[in-house]
Design a protein. Structure first.
Length: 270
């Protein structure tokens, strides 16, 4: 099972790049963020033609999240993050797909900081901590995938001081991400590449892509029941270099199916 996350930065504008990538990469499940379209404008028909069923929650100008499935129909379990009934921003969607619970998130950017937007980011993180803890207690195989808007450590951003005041690298943001992982989640990309500088986002400005001045802010966290099935993980960097691209590249993991995992365990016992 191949599960990917991709901040598409306007799903209709970048639909040709998205469908081309879906055709070549063939992920089984895709989490999309920053749809930037209202609910009725989501390109469900075009994605169905590409072989993907979808659940989504749009927003007229910003935000918006979706989960695509190449196999079984995704079964929607939640389309908002609990903890604040007044929060109307479309940043969280959750669905069961082929025995795995998929949570797709678009965590607030938080800029400028300090200020209300940064406070909202940290408050959203606290709500995510609480919900993620409940997901862990369920014991189900869960993946929380998406744009976390956090570069967790210095190795997750190109060598620079120009981002020092940005919300993505603030100590509070990094501490919040670390607390989430410490609950028992596995950062799949970092698990397989512990020391490598890997980036998932390159800003449109200052030739960031051409200079490889990137950040790793898109993450896939695996629950303890899913982490032992981790087979591979990577970033489809070439997608960022296409004409009129998103400023993010797709990030993916490959998970062994449960039957294969059980068979491996039985062989080890022998």
């Amino acid at each position: 099972m191949k599960i990917a996350t991709f901040n598409i930065n306007n799903v209709n504008r970048h639909l040709p790049n998205l469908t081309a990538w879906l055709k070549s990469a063939k992920p089984d499940v895709v989490c999309l963020q920053e749809l930037k379209c209202e609910q009725g404008a989501f390109p469900a028909a075009a994605l169905a033609k590409a072989g993907y069923k979808a659940v989504w929650k749009g927003e007229r100008t910003w935000n918006g999240v979706a989960i695509l499935s190449r196999g079984p129909e995704p079964v929607l379990t939640r389309d908002e993050l609990p903890g604040d009934k007044t929060d109307a921003q479309s940043r969280y969607i959750e669905a069961a797909v082929d025995g795995v619970l998929i949570a797709c998130i678009y965590l607030p950017n938080g800029n400028p900081q300090p200020g209300p937007k940064f406070d909202y980011k940290l408050a959203w993180f606290k709500r995510l901590h609480a919900h993620a803890r409940k997901l862990l207690k369920s014991g189900a195989p869960v993946i929380i995938a998406g744009d976390y808007n956090v570069a967790p450590t210095e190795v997750d951003i190109y060598p620079t001081r120009s981002w020092d005041n940005d919300a993505l690298v603030q100590p509070e943001s990094r501490a919040a991400y670390a607390r989430l992982v410490k609950q028992g989640w596995t950062d799949a990309l970092r698990e397989l590449n512990p020391d490598e500088r890997i980036y998932t986002f390159w800003h449109y400005w200052r030739n960031s892509w051409q200079r490889n001045a990137g950040l790793r802010i898109d993450h896939l966290l695996l629950s303890p029941s899913l982490a032992p099935r981790l087979k591979d993980a990577g970033v489809d960097r070439a997608v960022r270099g296409k004409k009129e691209p998103s400023d993010h590249a797709p990030v993916w993991v490959e998970i062994k199916d449960a039957a294969a995992r059980s068979k491996t365990k039985r062989k080890k016992k022998r």
